[in-house]
Write a protein that binds this ligand. Sequence first.
Ligand SMILES: Nc1ncnc2c1ncn2[C@@H]1O[C@H](COP(=O)(O)OP(=O)(O)OP(=O)(O)O)[C@@H](O)[C@H]1O
Length: 453
Amino acid sequence: MTQDQWGEIRQRLLKTVGQNNFTTWIEPLEAGKVANGIATLHVPTNFFGNYVSQNFSDLILHEINAEGIEVSRLNFALQQRAANEGRKPVEPAHKSPAPAKSDVNNVMVTAPLDPRFSFDNFVVGKPNELAHAAAKRVAEGGPVTFNPLFLYGGVGLGKTHLMHAIARELAERKPQMNVLYLSAEQFMYRFVQALRDRKMMDFKEIFRSVDVLMVDDVQFIAGKDSTQEEFFHTFNALVDQRKQIIISADRAPGEIKDLEDRVKSRLQCGLVVDLHPTDYELRLGILQSKVEAQRENYPDLHLQDGVLEFLAHRITSNVRVLEGALTRLFAFGSLVGREIDMELTQDCLTDVLRDSERKISVEEIQRKVSEHYNIRLSDMIGPKRLRSYARPRQVAMYLCKQMTSRSLPEIGRRFGGRDHTTVIHGVRRIEELMLSDDQIAEDLQLLRRALES
Ligand SMILES: Nc1ncnc2c1ncn2[C@@H]1O[C@H](COP(=O)(O)OP(=O)(O)OP(=O)(O)O)[C@@H](O)[C@H]1O
């Protein structure tokens, strides 16, 4: 298509996608040739092409057609750059008979990569440092040292974030590599489609020609026998060729029910790392980094000291809930035109706080603390005043105050019907000791971790 035509098309796209999207995603595109109903657009990186393909290809196609150019598909090709000498020559999109719309030259990503999920935005702490280090290593795209890398962890702990970060970094660092990122569900969908259309040879060719295969949420294929079978063969073929495989799941390979033993053992033979439940420090770190992002939307909104610490203590379920709570707080604060203080936080997040409270009960705290100090539960709750009972009791009261939303009188009642002033005294004593007594500080940290896991 001519530069004039492309200029017209871009003008119309500016109106439909808005200035920000236009500057970021449309302006850098360069128009290429049109042949056989396919228009080629040149993109600076594979990641970029993938994103545009996922989010704007329908609009772009529409505007190209509106310009009178008959095109039914877009092909995204890398712009030739002198700096990229040595890269494989740019080829048309994959030779699949019906390539997915999102196939972009050497990077095929069947789900859009979330631009927020980068290594830069991933906060590292004790619970995820190993997973992060392993992810960084494979994202370098060097020689394959562990195969597969198997990342697992509970809901909302950052598996998909790390997977996207790897795919994105590989696409940027090694544009010559064929990287295929997809969910196990999409793997199954493509497999079933290939069977139905009698295109199994094409399916095999695509999956066996990648340099890096990334499959998210692999537990999905459990119980799906033929998909597992095909996955097993794909897996073996790639491992034999020393191609990197990266898998994520919500649990360890051995714990995925209805997964064939041979598949399990294959999955276990590389590096298996888990994302542990977050601890207080990691949650606080994540909140601090997410506040930075919120500040861009709400530059004038003041956040009172202590609110983030409160949230990090109280919302322990997963990072997604934590993020959601923060977004809600900022939106609420700006809506009512008030600074974000503890009162607003409690008002705005009643349901979230109530839900997370269910997780840690006074009884659980009492039990964990008495186990930790090796005393009987009845002695902790009972009337004895010996220091060896009184101190653990105060620690438990302090944790109840911090980790549950029980009122002081209620906590007192649960500790053998004590008065709320006794609870206040206990909590204060521990707050003082935390600063002067390393042992107490360490005990508290251990207990908190144990309670949150
Ligand atoms: N360490 C972290 N630093 C910054 N953000 C994080 C971190 N861990 C998780 N998140 C954020 O939490 C949210 C949930 O993470 P993600 O979607 O990766 O979870 P998941 O483990 O894949 O969960 P699911 O099992 O539900 O698929 C995302 O918005 C992600 O950016």
